[in-house]
Ligand binder design. Structure first.
Ligand code: AMP
Ligand code: MG
Length: 402
């Protein structure tokens, strides 16, 4: 039986980042850029106005106030998107809109609120400093500058930047396709009325959702029954994907055939991890693809995904940060557990000033999905300790913001 850290190391040592593909920039959201992206243009392209007002020569406005305004001659209107026609000479100003190009000779902008105009003259009520309300060419981006480095995850700001520099296609790591197979004679399809002793295959959907949340592409392959021929056929089908997930059939029961089949069709790396829930995890390779035999119990399957599959998928997608954010929290109540296993407790988190309090969400049975629904995070209880009094500071993996 492997320790959690060791299992994770074996998995991350096996999976590799997938190759790149060029996609339309919106398709790149949440994915990792595979090359340095250089701006082919300067932003803003020209010196322009940050205000609606007047482009003028700062020195002309010296000493201006309400009683003794400086009066300037208006040369023209400069709306955004049009080039000015005339220079601004001493004693002159151009009426300018936000984004309008600063005419030659002008070196500042005065906002319209501090002026009054009539016909082709404008009264200036306050002095202006040189460069005031001028946005300079290249103050955001200079042509030739790297604006997004290789390995950066693309978020909304990066999409905006790519658009701004006119880059509509971007090279990112491929999204892994993930085949999802449920195993079990007792499983019914989601829209069937489960017969006696049958339960709905919920794992495939929870796993598909987790895969989607990672930014990968789930392929739900349905249910394999607990017999060799069905399992072999469905696993062989699954090997076309970049990763294979199965749930169930990895314990020690008579019908638990998944790890045998994994070993026959591919190569088993390890089985069983010193954790709860989620001990009977199997990991290996099938036709060059990582394959996870996840436990059948719904919470075990989800927590195993969190600990092992999510980091592996993130690595395949080229992410540098593979793990969830974790916070320090105080236990709301005592927890006792067995030694030698790492426990993951579902917890609701709440802030109290600077402190975070973690309260266990009820029954921690590995089939109790409702306590997963209530959880904001997973309390990580280390192997070596068995009693955690109320108030103990623990690490909590944050699953959703609280
Ligand atoms: P197993 O390890 O195959 O015996 O599965 C353990 C338990 O997990 C079973 O008794 C089922 O109650 C449950 N289980 C297995 N597969 C699924 C599934 N796809 N969806 C929901 N529950 C499942
Ligand atoms: Mg089973």
């Amino acid at each position: 039986m492997l320790a959690v850290g060791e299992a994770l190391q074996r998995i991350l040592g096996t999976v590799r980042a997938l190759g790149a593909e060029r996609v339309f920039l919106l398709e790149a959201l949440g994915r990792v850029n595979t090359e340095d992206i250089t701006a082919g243009r300067t932003i803003p392209p020209r010196d322009n106005s940050a205000m609606d007002g007047y482009a003028l020569r700062a020195e002309d406005t010296a000493g201006a106030d309400r009683e003794n305004p400086v009066v300037l001659e208006i040369t023209e209107d400069v709306p955004a998107g049009k080039s000015p026609l005339y220079p601004v000479r001493r004693g002159q100003a151009a009426r300018i809109m936000t984004g309008g190009i600063i005419p030659e000779g002008a070196d500042a902008v005065l906002r319209v609120e501090d002026t009054e105009s009539a016909e082709n003259r404008v009264k200036i009520f306050v002095p202006v400093a040189k460069s005031q309300d001028v946005r300079f060419a290249g103050e955001d981006v200079r042509s030739g500058e790297i604006v997004i480095t290789r390995g950066k995850a693309i978020g909304a700001p990066e999409i905006g930047m790519l658009a701004a520099i006119g880059c509509s296609m971007v090279s990112v790591h491929r999204r892994p396709s993930v085949a999802i197979l449920a195993t079990g004679n007792e499983l019914a399809e989601i829209d069937e009325e489960p017969g006696p002793g049958m339960i709905v295959n919920s794992n495939s959907y929870a796993l598909a959702a987790q895969v989607l949340e990672c930014g990968a592409r789930p392929i739900i392959l349905g249910i394999a029954r607990d017999n060799r021929s069905d399992l072999v056929e469905k696993f062989e089908n699954a090997a076309g994907a970049d990763m294979i997930l199965s749930s169930g059939g990895v314990s020690v029961g008579d019908y638990d055939l998944v790890k045998d089949i994994m070993g026959e069709l591919g190569k088993m790396d390890f089985w069983r991890v010193a954790m709860r829930p989620g001990r009977p995890l199997a990991f290996g390779m099938l036709q060059g693809k990582p394959i996870f035999g996840l436990p059948g119990n719904p919470v075990s399957s989800m927590i195993s995904f969190e600990q092992f599959v999510r980091p592996a998928l993130r690595k395949m997608m080229g992410h540098k940060e593979l793990f969830r954010r974790s916070v320090k929290a105080e236990l709301a109540a005592e927890i006792k557990k067995k030694e030698d296993l790492r426990y993951f407790y579902r917890a609701r988190l709440r802030k109290e000033g600077d402190r975070v309090i973690a309260a266990v969400t009820g029954d921690q049975g590995s089939g109790i999905l409702s306590s997963m629904v209530k959880a904001d995070g997973l309390i990580i209880l280390p192997e070596s300790v068995s009693t955690f009094p109320a108030g103990t500071v623990v690490d909590v993996q944050v699953l959703r913001e609280f």
